[in-house]
Design a protein around this ligand. Sequence first.
Ligand SMILES: *Cc1c(COP(=O)(O)O)cnc(C)c1O
Length: 443
Amino acid sequence: MLYHSLENHKKLVSFEHAVLKGLAPDGSLYFPEKIPILKRKFIQNLIKYDIYTLAMEIIAPYLGKDIPEESIYSIIYNTLNFSFPLQRIHENIYVLELFHGPTLSFKDVGAKFMAECLSYFSKKIEKQVTVLVATSGDTGGAVAKGFHKKSGIEVIILYPYKGVSSLQEKQITSLGDNIYALEIKGDFDDCQNMVKKAFLDKEILKKYILTSANSINIARWLPQMFYYFLAYRQIEEENKELIFSVPSGNFGNICAGMMSEKMGLPVKYFIASTNKNDTIPRFLKTEKYHPISVQRTISNAMDISNPSNFSRIWYLYKKNMFQLRKKLSSYRFTDEETLAIIEMVWKEHKYILEPHGAIGYLGLRQYLKKIKDPFLGTMAVFLETAHPIKFIDHLPLFLREEISVPEQGKILLSSNSKKIKTIQIPNDYNILKNWLIERQRHQ
Ligand SMILES: *Cc1c(COP(=O)(O)O)cnc(C)c1O
């Protein structure tokens, strides 16, 4: 499999090249030259395969010959070492729990997979690779954990000043070693812009082999397809098409879902659910792509107004609004609506949602209200992208006591005494650049 940039289809690069570069030289995202279609028989019999074999079928074609098969298998084996349970909360509605990994968010899947790939490549080229990554909260923790102490790799994480929850900040800043945390006096879009600039900066590229671990990186983005298949595999009813509602920020997760559908997964419809940062809901309505400044919300991992991966979705649907609207709707919700649905779901189903999953559920309900016989031949799934403990500060008081803290959370909550290591940087690219260049001089 080869990859081209979304802007330039002529120049093709390998998986290894695209992973090590992160972003194409023209500043746009890499995309596979073709999308492999899985056999119907395979899809109808997912239950007969163990999860590693299943993941292998899905991802191996994308890696081409860059990594030998045994190594791909062990990358998958190390990535999928936690569960992805599907819980039924209503006759026809399931929640897909993606928060059982080491840092309690779905980002563990992409981060771990990418760390394993990069570690393979760094050994092969015998050079140190620097991962420069912007986070709206959960990427930072997942990447820090996934890459911690991996030899040949260092990680520099940019996160927005006061833009992440206290637990998230601990996950980013408490590991040390090869993990460096920079608190930027700006919002996520500022962090993401600084990272994108650094990738294109020749002076920096002279000193670093730099790559990103955001979902712009194909090694982070593509493995997210796994759990869409794993959801389908767990649906009890046979021959149903799925409706997926995905709480969306940078749109990498939903874009992986939409790729799965193109590969043959029976998905009838997608809903991209957002908070007040509603560039995409507005775009689908007005056909005008017009990001405005980021608004802070209680679903802070989605406080993004210019979602990088939307360009991939747009490309996937041939930049055709008519085709896209046949598969995708997008709705936005306020913090008040988010809190109200969290309370309602607790009262009605005794299930605790956190703000991102709650927005996923709100989007699903909005869609279901609009169509006649929504469950004719379909089942609906919304994604719960993080564990409620990560956003406990935002949950109603009466719910906080109801949350049972998983082991991964206990360790972090108890590391109160652990020193938080962070470097504050103003929202100014040149200061970041100087910092990057200076530190190389002393190494
Ligand atoms: C990152 C994140 C999202 C948004 O995912 P995208 O792939 O950026 O759209 C949603 N929920 C949580 C908890 C997240 O950490």
